[in-house]
Each structure stands twice: as C-alpha cells, then as structure tokens.
Design a protein around this ligand. Structure first.
Ligand code: HEM
Length: 538
C-alpha cells in the first residue's frame, strides 16, 4: 500500500520496527524539534498566566485531547495475540487456498472479545465471545471472524441493530451490561424465538469460559470452498482448543469479576509470556454443495442452526499457535479491522442472509471507527501480500502513489500490467445460479423451527450442566422487572423442554406453561455432549 512496510510495534507479524516513532536520542516535538523542558508550561512569570505562544504545550495537550477513537459498536472489549497457522494440507483436496496447502505456515493475529460490554467492562461476564483470526497469507489477507458459540441469535442481518439495542445497556440508566438483569434482552429473545438456541448456549457454561485458551471457535455461517477445477464444497469452520473446553461456574465468575476484571486478558498474556503457547486445531465439517443447500434436514443457510458432529465429523486441517503478545494494545488490538469479506481464492461466501449483511457492515463501521477509508495502511491491517490498488487519497492517506492514471485500462501508466491474465491466481466469485423468485421480505419455511436445536443442545448436557442452565435462566429472568417478559420466556422454554421450563418456573415462583409444539423429537438427556468429545486425533 505504501512505499515501505513500517510497523510501529516491532511485532512478530514480520514487519520491521518503525522508524517514525521513538527514534533518536532526544525527546522532540512531533516535528522533530529537540525539547529542553516538557514539565513546565511557558508562563508570564512563575505565578503568571500561561502564554498562548507555548507551541509545545498546545501540541501536547491537543494530541492528548484526541487520543481516543470510538470503541467498536459491538465486541468493544478484547485481547489480542500474534501467532502462526500451520496447514496440514488435508483441505487442499477441496480448496485451492494457498495457505491451506500442505505444511504452509502463515502469520496470524487473533482478537478474542466479549460482545456487549464497553471497552472497560469486565472479562468474566455471561456473554458470547468473539474469536477473530487474521491470516496474513501470500494471496491476501483472509479473516475468519467467528464466535465461541456455533449458532447466532438472528437469521437475517436486518435485525442486528435491534438485537444489539436490546442487549446493550438500557438507554435511560445505562445499566446493566451483558445479559444479566435485562428486560430489553429478554423482551427481544422471547419475541424473536429464533434467538432461543443462541440464548440457551449463553445460559450454559459456554457463556462463561474459563479462559480464552479453553474456548472453541466457530465460523457459524456455512462457507464455500473452491478447488482448482472450480468444484465447490460447503463447509463450517471450527476451532478446537488443545487444552480442551473449560468454563467457570457462576459463583467463580462473579468473584473474579470483582477481584480481577481483566482475568481473561491477563491469563492470555501471562500464558504467552511464560511460553505456554495456546493452540487450536482448525477443522471443517463438509457438506455437498447441493441446489437446496440442506444437510440432514438442516438448512445450511440458517445461522441459528449447527450441524451435530455425529452427522458431519469435524476434520482437522491445521494448527494455530499463539506465541507473541502485542507490543502496543492500541496499535494492534484496538486498530485491527476484521471483515468476513476479506477472502482469498478458494474460499467464498454463501447466501446466508446474516452473512450477507455482515459483508456490508464491517467495512462501513471501520470507516468511522478508524477515521476514513485508508485503515488497511495501518500496520496491523497491512496485507503481507503485495498491494497494487487504484484507491487514492482520502483521510489518513500515508502512501505516496506514483503514476498519473489510477484507472483501468489506461495508456499512460503501462496500461495496468498487473491485470494481465487476471484469472490466474485471482479471486473469482463462484458462478452460482440464483433461483428466480418473487422479490419479497420473507424467510424460507426451512427457517421456521426455532426450538429443536435449543432442545437438542439442552438434552445433550450432563445433569450438572443442565442444573447450571436452570440456575442461569432463573437468576437472569429473576432480574427482569416485567412479569410479562418472564411469562413469555417461560413459554419459549416450555417449547424447548418441559423439565427445564418447570424448574425455572419453580425458581421464579411462577406457573409453568404448556408447550405449543412437539418436544419429543430428541431423546431426553443423553449423558454426553453432542458438541464436544468427538474430536478425531490429527
Ligand atoms: C464485530 C456487525 C454478526 C462476530 C462487529 C462489528 C460490527 C459487527 C459493526 C464491529 C467491527 C469493528 O468495529 O471493527 C455485525 C453484524 C452482524 C454480525 C451487522 C449480523 C448481521 C456476527 C456474527 C459473528 C460476529 C454472526 C460470529 C460469527 C464478530 C466479532 C467481532 C465483530 C468476533 C469483533 C471483531 C474484532 O475482534 O475486532 N460485528 N456482526 N458478528 N463481530 Fe459482528
């Protein structure tokens, strides 16, 4: 992007240490003027008023006044780390992505996050966790922007602002954060019953991870892999922690929130500093790319559904090791910009209506969060592949572009030789036949079932885990002021599992309603989780 690769961080992303910050022997102004005194402002006499002519004071205070940038609208609180991803090559049968070829090592930057809390909130709240990975591949940057829960609250991205408005603090009192004590959150998920499956995962032990190092990660949506011949395969991405999946219990989480609100970021940084590098295997579930994009009755375009591993085993395709902490939190963890649309040849998107909206939202929000359209030039966001675009000028432009003809084709700057043979090694969108239909605002009927996967998950838990779920619902709903919201949520629980509903209703001192849907489709309470425990050894 720019004439030189400069990192302010000296970080292990491969970029050299920066020459523009902290060089030279002396303290200077931003203009390089050597300073003699930075502790006293220029005054008219020792007791006098401060003079407007004090250019050093004005520069220092003005810069400080503008040190903060807006926090992310969601996932504001996070912790990051550098590392590497080594591919096993097992995916190269179904994708031409170069970084998934056998034994290729790719630098990565990972950011873990909570979703709803502000930048200064506590780590061990009950919430979903973000799990974003930036792969700096030779073919451009690939981002896998996932969560630690395999399903999402909503099926169509148009509801995302509503979901987040319901989950963020009440507009009048600015309390509380996360899913605790929240009339608006429970109002939303009981009215939008598609959110029940994700909410069930939040109420389970998965909502309070022990450590970022012991979290699974999920791409959630179905993606499309493409091989060199153009053949496509649908996949879901999974990260499996080598340390296993571990959670806190609620009482531990509460105490830690009080005693060490930075528990998760401290744990990650300490582990890496001491050489206990956390590792995850990346795996894929694969599905034939059929016309209906269904698998065993599950609509693969519905992001509120997961595919149980019994039906489609997760196949390991590589190993990620996080081995270096950021040098500067702001430069790296705060300024990193992930985007589900950062793709490489061999990986493409699907028509999942949640994913489609995400493809618009991330770039859009980053233009305001990172001060204009040039944030790809910020060191942590710079691709490790050559960049030769026709994007010009704009706020915070640091590249000095040559040439006079930033358009294609042209006859002045060599006609754009980099476009020659454009299909070779280039990203080419998968040609996909679009089923013509009526233009309308409606979901397919295959999105209608909102309860069976919440039921499947609940009944897959051990009895101890189920007790935790019951306690979590009872605690959280007990904090709702409005009885009508508690009643509506109990109705949703009745449609998931009568035993769960009865136990929560008892805890709330309310009558348990009767289900309005058939709840006998899943065997009650098998002892072992459907999700974990089935991981094949690589
Ligand atoms: C962050 C929008 C769904 C995972 C963000 C940000 C926005 C956003 C605006 C802030 C980005 C930034 O400032 O850099 C949306 C919309 C969604 C959606 C509109 C639905 C239509 C999801 C889903 C997942 C997810 C389904 C998980 C699969 C994340 C993560 C981050 C994030 C992990 C934090 C990235 C980081 O660490 O910087 N999202 N999101 N989001 N989102 Fe989403």
């Amino acid at each position: 992007q720019g004439p030189e690769a400069v990192s302010p961080t000296g970080s292990p992303t491969g970029a050299p240490a920066n020459s523009r910050a902290q060089s030279g022997q002396y303290l200077t102004t931003a203009q390089g003027l050597r300073l003699g005194d930075t502790d006293h402002s220029l005054k008219a006499g020792p007791r006098g008023p401060i003079l407007l002519q004090d250019h050093h004071l004005r520069e220092k205070i003005t810069h400080f006044d503008h040190e903060r940038i807006p926090e992310r609208v969601v996932h504001a609180r996070g912790a990051g780390a550098h590392g590497t991803f080594r591919s096993y090559g097992t995916a190269s049968k179904i994708t031409k992505a170069g970084f998934l070829a056998p034994d290729v090592e790719t630098p990565v930057f990972v950011r873990f996050s909570t979703v709803l809390g502000s930048r200064g909130s506590a780590d061990t709240v009950r919430d979903t966790r973000g799990f974003s990975t930036k792969f700096y591949t030779d073919e451009g940057t690939y981002d896998l922007v996932g969560n630690n829960i395999p399903v999402f609250f909503i099926q169509d991205g148009i509801k995302f602002p509503d979901l987040i408005h319901a989950g963020k603090p009440h507009p009048d009192r600015e309390i509380p954060q996360a899913q605790s004590a929240h009339d608006t959150f429970w109002d939303f998920v009981s009215l939008h019953t598609e959110a029940q499956a994700h909410t069930m995962w939040n109420m389970s032990d998965r909502g309070i991870p022990r450590s970022y190092r012991t979290m699974e990660g999920f791409g959630v949506h179905t993606f499309r892999l493409v091989d060199a011949a153009g053949k496509t395969t649908l996949v879901k991405f999974h990260w499996k922690p080598k340390l296993g999946v571990h959670s806190l219990v609620w009482e531990e989480a509460q105490i830690i929130n009080g005693m060490d609100p930075d528990f998760h970021r401290r744990d990650l940084a300490d582990a890496i500093e001491s050489g206990a590098y956390p590792e995850w295997e990346l795996g894929i579930q694969t599905f034939p790319d059929t016309e209906d994009q269904m698998f065993e009755g599950i609509d693969l375009l519905d992001p509120t559904k997961f595919v149980p591993e019994e039906l489609a085993p997760v196949q390991p395709i590589g190993l990620m090791t996080l081995n270096a902490n950021p040098t500067n939190y702001f430069a790296e963890t705060e300024q990193v910009a992930f985007h589900p649309g950062h793709l490489v040849p061999g990986i493409d998107v699907t028509n999942d209506p949640l994913l489609q909206v995400r493809l618009f939202s991330y770039l859009d929000t980053q233009i305001s969060r990172l001060g204009g359209p040039n944030f790809a030039q910020i060191p942590i966001n710079r691709p490790h592949a050559p960049v030769n675009d026709m994007l010009r000028d704009g706020m915070h432009q640091t590249a000095v572009h040559g040439g006079v003809a930033p358009y294609h084709p042209n006859s002045l700057d060599g006609g754009c030789p980099f476009m020659a043979g454009q299909d070779v090694g280039a990203f080419v969108d998968v040609p996909e036949e679009i089923a013509a239909g009526i233009k309308e605002r409606r979901n397919p009927a295959s999105f209608d079932d909102h309860f069976s996967q919440a039921r499947l998950f609940f009944r897959s838990l051990t009895s101890v885990e189920q007790d935790h779920v019951i306690q979590a619902y009872t605690f959280e709903l007990g904090k709702c002021y409005e009885a009508v919201i508690r009643e509506r949520q109990l109705m949703a629980l009745a449609n998931i599992d009568a035993g769960l509903c009865a136990a929560v209703a008892k805890g709330l001192g309310m009558p348990a309603p009767t289900a309005t849907v058939d709840t006998q489709d899943v065997e009650p309470s098998p002892a072992v989780s459907q999700i974990g425990g089935k991981w094949p050894v690589a």
